[in-house]
Design a binder for this molecule. Structure first.
Ligand SMILES: [Mg+2]
Length: 255
């Protein structure tokens, strides 16, 4: 095992959607569809179609683009606000109802990093209400391990812009070499690397369907964490399973 003494790793920065849990396919997508149906808007995104919509980051931006495409004119601000608010309520209700679970190995990785004295943060450009619902329902007491949340409300520019990561590093007062980002998409990877951070891709339903070339600048691409997890691309894992020791190994290999 790589010890803390030899690894520069001091912090782990977690993306939320698709990284902690399959929130996009099983949560946000369903919530958008319910909000559209309630408002009698003829939009319904199946899992595949929603994957294409994810190219637009930000819920409100995604709704605006779809309505513009549907009607040929841009929606007004009040309608957008209304739809986004309804969608957020539906999302929180889905999470509260237990529709979403953490991805394999995520809870164990957060616990292990916490036990090893690493600092951890959530860095997302999703809204704080969605993050709150997920953390409360899925993380329980592990939430205390996450000392900082940077959410969509905290930044002017969403990922792939690096602003959210730059803000997180400023608040943690750490140099980029001391932290790793965990992401699941090319957009997230771009945001993290533009902030100078090493980034590990933990494949999600949608991230897994992107071209692997999009992940060329990632330190590694993994399928899950823990004993049953696999390294898809990147240095071989020195220890068994994709655990904290692997992240420490990757951080040490950056220098
Ligand atoms: Mg993500």
């Amino acid at each position: 095992m790589v010890s803390l003494v030899s690894s520069p790793l001091r912090a782990i920065l977690w993306d939320v959607d698709g990284t902690l849990a399959e929130t996009e396919r099983d949560g946000h997508r369903i919530a958008f569809n319910t909000a559209f149906r309630e408002a009698s808007i003829a939009l319904h995104w199946d899992a595949e179609e929603y994957g294409n919509r994810l190219a637009i980051t930000g819920g409100k931006e995604r709704i605006a683009a779809a309505l513009q495409q549907l009607r040929g004119i841009a929606p007004d601000r009040a309608e957008l606000e209304r739809l986004q608010a309804a969608k957020q309520l539906h999302y929180s209700a889905l999470v509260e109802a237990g529709a979403i679970q953490l991805k394999p190995g995520v809870a164990a990785m957060i616990a292990a990093a916490n036990a090893a004295g690493l600092r951890q943060a959530l860095v997302t450009t999703s809204g704080r209400s969605a993050v709150t619902a997920l953390v409360r329902r899925c993380l329980g007491s592990l939430a205390e391990a996450l000392e900082l949340w940077v959410c969509g409300e905290d930044v002017a520019r969403k990922k792939p812009d690096p602003q959210a990561y730059l803000l997180a590093m400023e608040r943690l007062a750490l140099p980029p070499a001391a932290a790793l980002a965990i992401e699941d998409t090319g957009n997230g990877l771009q945001a993290a690397t533009a902030a100078g951070l090493g980034c590990v891709i933990s494949l999600s339903h949608y991230g897994g369907s992107e071209s692997m070339q999009r992940y060329d600048s990632a330190l590694a691409v993994v399928q899950g964490f823990g004993p049953g997890a696999q390294v898809i691309r990147g240095p071989a894992c020195a220890a068994a399973g994709v655990g904290l020791a692997y992240l420490q190994q990757l951080a040490a290999g950056r220098g």
